[in-house]
Design a protein. Structure first.
Lengths: 513, 315
């Protein structure tokens, strides 16, 4: 590390810790200690052992944010702040990150939290013998070292200029589990998770309720208000909302497909609708190796044929926010020109005419009411410009394998809300990546993606990502439909809910008025 | 006793057929389990390796016998997602669904039987025609609709009963019943019309029998004729319907448990299907089917108790 760089790094540590302390010392005016919260989630949580469940869904993430801690958390501006890590520095090439850990933290079972414990978590997920689905998400990390009790060194395969922001939410990879607990409990660990977090799992009846009680020894216990949090899976959207109205639950997970209830709640003074405009979008990928989608004019025409406003109206009363690039309003990547193609039926017709041959292909949709609705809407848009699309309904679980094997012409996909676009953009568009679904290769695009991931300067990265967006939009290899918006509806008395980054509803620092 | 043994013997081929069907249907579900487990890690090599580990590359009949062999030793397997064994998961959930079905059946009978008797006693009257019509209307209301209507009325508007949730009976019997009333009522609303219509026509037929005329001639009280002489022979029909209803109730429980967020078998099944948790799916379907078959066996036995002709093979 050069002296200048070191000085900068030190300044960074200072700033990070100072801001971190400031964020944790925010006004304590209305916060009230005590009480309890009941949360209605959509799904039954399968468990917490990454080896078993692979990926945490939205329901598991709410629970894991309460039971576990992560190295960092994101503040209101989306900047990483200290949690289990107190400070961090990076090597010049952004391939090595060193975290200084918080001393004196203990897991709920008394095991001390230290660099070894973190390393044990990582190694267990990474070990090929464990065949963890979760390993995919840490493929960018080569190894983790624990040179001393409170120093953690993360060695990346590729540079990541924003790594601390990527480990901020309590995902299957970021949540830190007690190594003693998983070793002692074996198969049963999955449903008996042990973390360092603000809440301890008290009891859990499958399919019914999970009761979490405040951790009396939590390192930040003054900022944890509820004595108890109860999480319930309420799979049906109508009865979930009814349970909120009748006061049986204080807060519910929701999504924009439940537009009626969200709009009803917006008008109800007793309820508050919490929304978060995340980065990323719902997208579709064209397989550019299959005719007629191998012709850029056809792909452009199909994108121009869309009318996202009408689509949103038809799907969920206009709640869905149209997307013109892969980043969305929630991202720090803001483009003056993202190169979005115009929604222009006439131009689209002309392009199809120019192509000259009949445009016929198939699109995959999920065999759900939403999937079918989307398929029919696409069919109508495309019919208008002279393209015939056949809808192939497949099961949700069938889409990833079909996509990975490139057995599709058009497939729905999603870019999820993450703190940095690099991980997904690189995977989705760099030549040779298994998720580069479009089967498209362009040296210029590869160069831009590489540059964006190795450049520390945010301004420069924004320029790179905007150039990437222009290129993808022009080539029309993927198209974006709607931005990610996350919803939680709560009793107006519930306060202190943080921004729902990555769609995570974190109630661990909320309180009731 | 020979009758019971003969009937029990019939169960064996039925259960074998059920196990084959369960296994084949679960195997035919689209979406390869290896892909589901591996997710984004599903490279062709990883998939092949996992399929081999799980024995998915073996022919289906070999897998079936492997599965059956374990089951005969009492090992139904473990969920790949939750790590729970099938028996653990079932034992947690059976009490909920069982209670729901019993309550729904009792409520269905409580509504259906008195109405049937009242209609039969005054058959052809305005009341009878109104009730028969209402029963027909009720039969056409799907349970997901009546569930939501009941929730809005009793939970959101009146706030008498909770909309969703569950408390085990052992923990707090009263609270348990409060949570169970609406789901059970939802199912019962679909049950009583069938009970009422069949029992009504059965009793009307019975009331025209000669022995009823004789009873009337002997000067027996009309109520005694109705409840003892007409209802008892018709109760055989009631037992049949109750037995058949159990199958329908299991189906209805899937929907009702989802809407009311009851942690029963229906929810377990739906979750297993969505997650391709085939071990749970096969195990639970097999156990539920076995339960259904056994319930019907018990119904058969009840016939014999109620009607001696069946017991002696003269029916």
């Amino acid at each position: 590390m050069k002296p200048v760089e070191r000085a900068r790094a030190l300044a960074r540590i200072f700033l990070v810790t100072a801001f971190g302390a400031a964020a944790f010392a925010m006004p304590a005016s209305a916060q009230k200690q005590g009480g309890a919260i009941t949360v209605g989630l959509e799904l039954d949580i399968a468990g917490f052992d990454p080896l078993k469940v692979g990926v945490y869904d939205t329901a598991a993430l709410t629970a894991s944010s309460a039971i576990f801690d992560t190295l960092t958390y994101l503040d209101d501006k989306g900047e990483p702040q200290p949690k289990l890590a107190l400070s961090w520095t990076h090597s010049e090439d952004f391939k090595t990150w060193t975290f200084k850990l918080r001393p004196g933290v203990k897991f709920h079972d008394g095991t001390p939290f230290n660099a070894e414990a973190y390393k044990a978590n990582f190694d267990r997920q990474k070990d090929p013998a464990n065949k963890c689905r979760c390993a995919f998400y840490i493929s960018a990390v080569n190894d983790v070292q624990a040179p001393d009790e409170l120093t953690l060194v993360v060695n990346l395969n590729d540079p990541a200029v924003n790594y601390p922001a990527l480990v901020a939410y309590a995902s299957q990879n970021n949540a830190v589990h007690s190594p003693t607990a998983w070793k002692a409990k074996g198969d049963d660990y999955n449903r008996n998770p042990v973390g360092t977090g603000p809440y301890i799992l008290k009891s859990w009846t499958a399919g019914d309720r999970m009761i979490l009680e405040k951790n009396p020894d939590y390192w930040d216990k003054d900022k944890v208000y509820f004595d108890r949090a109860t999480l319930k899976p309420l799979p049906d959207a109508q009865s979930r909302f009814a349970s909120l109205q009748s006061g049986e639950v204080d807060l519910i997970w929701d999504d924009e497909y439940d537009a009626d209830n969200i709009q009803k709640a917006q008008k109800d003074p007793k309820l508050t609708v919490h929304t978060f405009a995340g980065s990323g979008a719902a997208v579709y990928a064209f397989n550019t190796k299959t005719p007629p989608l191998d012709d850029v004019r056809v792909r452009q025409a199909l994108v121009m044929a869309l009318d996202r406003k009408k689509w949103s109206q038809a799907l969920n009363n206009g709640l869905a926010r149209p997307a013109s690039n892969p980043y969305g309003d929630g991202s720090w990547v803001k483009c003056k020109d993202d190169g979005a193609l115009p929604e222009d039926v006439e131009k689209a017709k002309a392009l199809i005419k120019e192509y000259g041959k009949p445009v016929e292909f198939k699109t995959l949709v999920t065999a759900t009411p939403r999937g079918r609705a989307n398929g029919q809407i696409l069919q109508q848009f495309w019919k208008r410009v002279g393209a015939n699309v056949e809808i192939e309904q497949v099961d949700q679980a069938t889409i990833p394998p079909r996509a990975f094997m490139r057995q599709f012409q058009v497939t729905p996909w999603r870019i999820v809300d993450l703190a940095d676009p690099d991980v997904q953009m690189y995977a989705n568009f760099h030549t040779g990546s298994p998720v580069a679904l479009a089967n498209y290769s362009n040296p210029e695009l590869d160069k831009l993606l590489q540059h964006a991931r190795t450049t520390p300067d945010t301004g420069q990265r924004i320029e790179d990502y905007c150039a990437i967006s222009r290129l993808i939009n022009k080539e029309a290899i993927w198209f974006w439909t709607f931005q990610n918006t996350y919803y939680a509806i709560a009793s107006a008395k519930v306060k202190g809910l943080p921004k729902m980054y990555s769609g995570v509803i974190d109630v661990s620092r909320a309180w009731k008025e | 006793m020979a009758f019971v043994a003969r009937r029990l013997l019939y169960l064996v081929p039925v259960l074998i057929a059920v196990s084959v069907l369960t296994f084949v249907i679960a195997s035919l579900l689209p979406g390869d389990l290896a892909y589901v487990i591996l997710g984004d890690q599903a490279t062709p090599e990883n998939v092949a390796a996992l399929r081999h580990d799980m024995g998915l590359d073996q022919p289906i009949w070999l897998r079936y016998f492997g599965w059956l062999g374990h089951i005969l030793q009492g090992d139904f397997g473990r969920s790949f997602r939750t790590g729970q064994t099938v028996l653990q998961a079932m034992s947690e959930r059976v009490p909920v669904s069982f209670e729901l079905m019993i309550l729904a059946e009792l409520l269905g009978l409580a509504i259906g039987v008195p109405l049937a008797i009242a209609c039969a006693a005054k058959s052809g009257s305005a009341f009878d025609r109104f009730m028969t019509g209402s029963a027909f209307a009720m039969l056409s209301v799907p349970s997901f609709l009546s569930a939501i209507l009941l929730i809005y009325l009793f939970a959101v508007e009146l706030r008498w009963l909770p909309a969703t949730g569950y408390v085990p009976f052992s923990e707090d019997p009263l609270a348990n019943l409060r949570f169970m009333v609406l789901p059970a009522l939802t199912l019962a609303l679909a049950e009583w019309p069938g009970i009422m219509r069949v029992l009504r026509s059965d009793m009307i037929a019975a009331l025209q029998e000669d022995y009823i005329a004789l009873a009337k001639a002997k000067g027996l009280k009309p109520s005694r004729i109705l409840f003892v002489h007409a209802l008892k022979p018709s109760s055989l029909t009631l037992v049949t319907i109750t037995g058949i209803n159990i199958g329908r109730l299991i189906g209805g429980a899937v929907i009702v448990e989802t809407i009311f967020a009851l942690p029963g078998i229906g929810r377990l099944l739906v979750g297993a299907i969505y997650n391709r948790d085939l071990i749970i799916l096969q195990g639970v379907v097999l156990l539920v089917a076995a339960g259904f078959v056994i319930m019907n066996f018990i119904v058969d036995m009840l016939y014999a108790v109620l009607d001696p002709r069946i017991r002696h093979g003269h029916a």
